[in-house]
Design a protein around this ligand. Sequence first.
Ligand SMILES: [Zn+2]
Length: 345
Amino acid sequence: MKSVNVNPTPIFSRRQFVAACAGVPFLGKFFFDEPFTYSVKGKINVADLGLTLIHEHVLVDFIGADKVTQDRWDHDEVINKVLPYLLEIKKRGIKSLVECTPAYLGRDVLLLQKLSKKSGLNILTNTGYYGASDNKYLPRFAFTETAEQLSKRWINEFRNGIDGTNIKPGFIKTSVNAGPLSELHQKLVHAAALTHLQTGLTICSHTGPALPAAQEIEILQKNGVSPSAFVWVHASGSDEDFEKIAKSGCWVSLDGVNEDNVEKIATLILFLKAKGFIKQILLSHDAGWYKPGEPNGGTFRGYTTISDKLLPLLKQKGFSEFDTKQVMLTNPANAFTIRIRKSNA
Ligand SMILES: [Zn+2]
């Protein structure tokens, strides 16, 4: 097992930061406004996130919104299966994992909290609904309620906790089909914008091609939300597509890293870097997926390809340690900081 040659220390440690602020009234105030997010264990300074995988899954239940219930899986069985995979990435210096499974697709925040405590990793969970796969994972009321009503439900999870717990979402997860946005999916994006303006939560939207991404960004801007609050999840397309969407200032999520595409992803990262977009790149595997209903959760994909294959390859191609920190540490910390980002358009 090869470990990554990355120093997991943040740019400055909290201790250095506090020391630097001591006795300086202005900086002292600044210290209390330190950028933060929520993990399943509570409020956390983003400086403590460390190396972060920004789009992974623990458990995904594809049974559909009308049938999914949390008694379809057993916490101990899932933990037995998943914990070793979390410990594998911890060994490689990864400190945080952003869990992107939304409600009605198997989000289980108490399960995530147990895994976070056992592994020592920070895990972020989300609020929001998933429209892709032709709405199979949308609850019935999502078809009839207004954007305002949906956003109230998400804001409520942010203010009061998820599923009767005190666990808060660290971001919004929504999703749209790959073509032009339907009215229903426009409504989901509108609800995400309204939620952002009340909570400051970053909006991660399962999107894919550039066309729906551009339409989502337009809706956000129309509602006063800056593209810098938007993560273009499963970003895909031509070099021109990437350039066009990245120019908006959104986050570009290259979250499908696997054994077969490391060369292609490395080339794309170097292209984006050359075009001046390195500060917007996010990397992850979209892996995991304990599947309830399959024997022992079915085939589970681990989260190590970035550490073991992609980062060494990038290094060979001239990526510096600073660049690696930028995409694996600084960018996730900035992307998931909870703060309201208004558009000036
Ligand atoms: Zn995913």
